[in-house]
Design a protein around this ligand. Structure first.
Ligand SMILES: [Mn+2]
Length: 429
């Protein structure tokens, strides 16, 4: 007898992978763990008759000669499958996208770094021309969306996006999908979110805003992650840490980030947990939320400055104008150098800038005889070479300046342009 199974605390990627296995291994029976996520449970309550799966509870493993494990590669994440471990009469296949933590010896191992595991299974179904209904397509799409935050997490890959397109072509219904993805909170979650918002601190970490909050209440760990995500959304910050007491002997810290230059995982790793730069969590063997909260705040304060400083991305001073130069001459210089904007500098000191905005204020030809200082924009913001790129980005978006002078000890040492920032953000620098 052939069976497939997936990890406990089953999410949509796990369920979708399990159902995909029933297409890729004809005749196989899917074994569903007892503990499944609430939104997956809601989906199954309507759709379960479509799938060839049965609950783990009450299922006897006798006579099993093939086990297909999907969206997991560790015996500890499966529900009571240990008796199949190390049996040489059982053929094991693994399909997974977790690149660490494996302890299942598999005859066939299909492991790819993807946003969602179901992506590679749908690729295989496409390859083999498997027929499936729009309801199945919707479930597979939910799997991809759930694990990639609707393709927005940095872990999402072009392959996840390509299979999303393929599933939409094959009838996946976004209205149905969004009904199951929109995290409708239960009362317990709403209560925790309210408490988080009522008592928290926001730290400025090298240009990023990071909020830390704690809730000293016995919380169920399964429902906390979406609360932390929602908390980050409401606070509108770059990173958040939630510190929760699970019971008298344990706490959990959950982090959410998202910006490539803010590694929230750094704090989580210091606490002994596992984390990507964008998300992570750590279990702590102590029920003392207060002490842990202080520890997290200290670690957040200590978070490294970004590796990317203004000095790394700035351009040279280049062509500048002097304040006494006539506008006529200034516009010749701009034309010759093919510049729209230039800084105005006297004896190394940056006094302002001249951009098309200022030039557009020249109404009469006689005004071209005026000096640059009569038209230049004054009091523009500056940055120092050792400030983070984030700070430069923030000034650009707050002030709308076209160019940012980099100043050290009162002297102009370079400039940051939008192009410099873009090249850095897209890794083209
Ligand atoms: Mn997954």
């Amino acid at each position: 007898m052939h069976i497939a199974t997936t990890h406990t605390n089953t999410d949509f990627d796990a369920l979708a992978s399990l159902v995909a296995a029933t297409f890729l291994y004809p005749g196989i029976l899917g074994i569903l763990p007892s503990q499944i996520r609430p939104n997956v449970k809601a989906f199954l309550s309507l759709h379960q008759d479509l799938f060839h799966i049965v609950p783990r509870k009450g299922f006897d493993l006798e006579g099993i000669d093939q086990l297909v494990v999907v969206d997991a590669n560790n015996w500890g994440r499966l529900e009571r499958m240990n008796e199949l471990k190390g049996r040489d009469d059982v053929e094991i296949h693994v399909w997974d996208h977790h690149m660490k933590g494996e302890n299942i010896q598999a005859g066939v191992m299909r492991r790819h770094e993807l946003g969602a595991n179901v992506t590679q299974m749908v690729e295989e179904m496409k390859e083999r021309d498997c027929a499936f209904s729009p309801m199945h397509a919707t479930l597979f799409l939910l799997g991809i969306y759930d694990d990639t935050g609707n393709l927005s997490y940095p872990s999402a890959t072009p392959r996840d996006a390509a299979m999303t397109g393929f599933l939409l072509e094959n009838g996946a219904d976004l209205n149905v999908a969004s009904a199951y993805l929109s995290s409708s909170f239960d009362d317990g979650q709403t209560d925790i979110l309210t408490r988080m918002l009522a008592k928290d601190e926001v730290f400025s970490v090298s240009g990023f805003n990071v909020a830390v909050s704690s809730v000293d209440l016995e919380c169920g760990s399964a429902m906390l992650a979406p609360v932390v995500t929602k908390y980050k959304e409401i606070k509108g910050v770059d990173g958040v840490f939630g510190v929760f007491r699970l019971d008298d002997q344990s706490c959990i810290v959950i982090a959410r980030g998202g910006h490539r230059d803010l590694d929230v995982g750094q704090v989580i790793r210091a606490l002994g947990g596992g984390g990507h730069p964008a998300a992570g969590s750590a279990m702590i063997k102590s029920g003392d939320v207060g002490t842990l909260y202080g520890q997290v705040c200290d670690l957040v304060r200590e978070m490294d400055r970004p590796q990317v400083t203004v000095e790394k991305i700035m351009s040279g001073v280049g062509t500048c104008l002097s304040s006494d130069m006539k506008l006529e001459q200034a516009s010749v210089v701009l034309d010759q150098e093919r510049l729209h904007t230039a800084l105005v500098v006297d004896q190394g000191e940056c006094l302002g800038l001249l951009s098309p905005v200022e030039m557009s204020k020249v109404r009469r030809p006689s005004q071209f005889a005026s000096p640059v200082k009569a038209f230049m924009r004054r009091n523009i913001s500056t940055v120092a070479p050792d400030q983070g790129m984030q700070e430069a980005l923030r000034i650009f978006s707050d002030t709308g300046v076209p160019m940012l002078p980099v100043v050290l000890d009162g002297k102009l040492v370079g400039k940051v342009t939008r192009t410099d920032l873009m090249l850095q953000m897209y890794d083209l620098g």
